[in-house]
Ligand binder design. Sequence first.
Ligand code: KET
Length: 452
Amino acid sequence: MNPRDSSSSSPSDRRLSALARHLSSPSAAGVGGGVSRSLASSSSFARGDSVFSHVARAPEDPILGVTVAFNKDPSPVKLNLGVGAYRTEEGKPLVLNVVRQAEQQLINDRARVKEYLPIVGLVEFNKLSAKLIFGADSPAILENRVTTVQCLSGTGSLRVGGEFLARHYHQHTIYIPKPTWGNHPKVFTLAGLSVKYYRYYDPATRGLDFQGLLEDLGSAPLGAVVLLHACAHNPTGVDPTIQQWEQIRQLIRSRRQLPFFDSAYQGFASGNLDADAQSIRSFVADGGECLVAQSYAKNMGLYGERVGALSIVCRTADVAGRVESQLKLVIRPMYSNPPIHGASIVAAILRDREMYNEWTIELKAMADRIISMRHQLFDALRARGTPGDWSHIIKQIGMFTFTGLNSQQVAFMTKEYHIYMTSDGRISMAGLSSKTVPHLADAIHAAVARAV
Ligand code: KET
């Protein structure tokens, strides 16, 4: 059933129908002096009540709200391990050298203008993004079976993909891993899909619940959409092995399910862009269809530029062309067309062999620093004799360690040690440095000792 047809319509539908009601009501015809006079004389207006006085305060976002709380803390030892954003050894945000170089090139080029981009974004950026994720020799690209549209980073790509599926795909249920990035269920629900979970993580082993995953996808309906993290699963840091990916692929294909990859960390898992795209490439190699949401927030450090891409791999070039025409109808009323600056930076780097190579070196350095933080934290906990097996810190992959600390322990660490992290016990390893590891290890040690 299309949720748009049901009474539980999406907020945007509700907004539209409220607008339609207003426009067809008799009072709307006389908008102007009459309306403002009657408002001015009403007692509630005279009392100064707001028409929004019924609006309840919403809670802060579980991830971005951590930074809000961190910013309010005056402590000099405070440490933000909440949001997944890379920091240097000095704890500072990093703009890659190659990004600075690309920006300089853009500024020097006086022929550049600030015209609107097409609805689908910068065409060269789209082509290069598809090559980056699928591989330059991908048959799907060579056969023109891929449509790629520039979107507002990973989140925007997921949202546009979700809305396209809600309008044009026969199944409206998307299966997402449990747990997953906290924004996934909200993005897909508001896009008009209904969200269900498949088992992914086993807290007992702190590893993949592979059996549970196979059972849940095996009993999910034929044709269901399945959201997969391409690599560096957030928040668990647990990825399937190549053999497990192969089994997942066979199962999904045998059930004619539609894979939707979220690739927010290409290059951040292994330090190698091709290795981190392997899961996606194996699904494209079998000739089947899939969606991919790409983000350049982490791997190029372009967080605030909001640059990403949605690709849909189709069976034929003809279908891909029609799909693209419909994606434009999703995007145009949403934000019309995407911003030009971030996509131009990415295109400048991806098109130039030297800059591309420099990027891969800087990317590997970021990935390596995160891995070194894992080892330092693990060693620090061992040195303190902190109870428990902490080997998952060095086994997990990507930006985050899913510590296993519970929400009370997290609250304790925030209150007593001014360490900020999400309440599920996830820490962003990229926010850590050699200088801050001892402070974090002390806090974890105290939190664990308190609970035993
Ligand atoms: N997918 C995943 C899995 C993900 O972790 C993020 C961001 C995104 C998509 C979206 O990123 P974008 O900036 O839209 O390209 N995650 C980090 C930041 C956030 O929550 O917005 C995080 O988990 O900390």
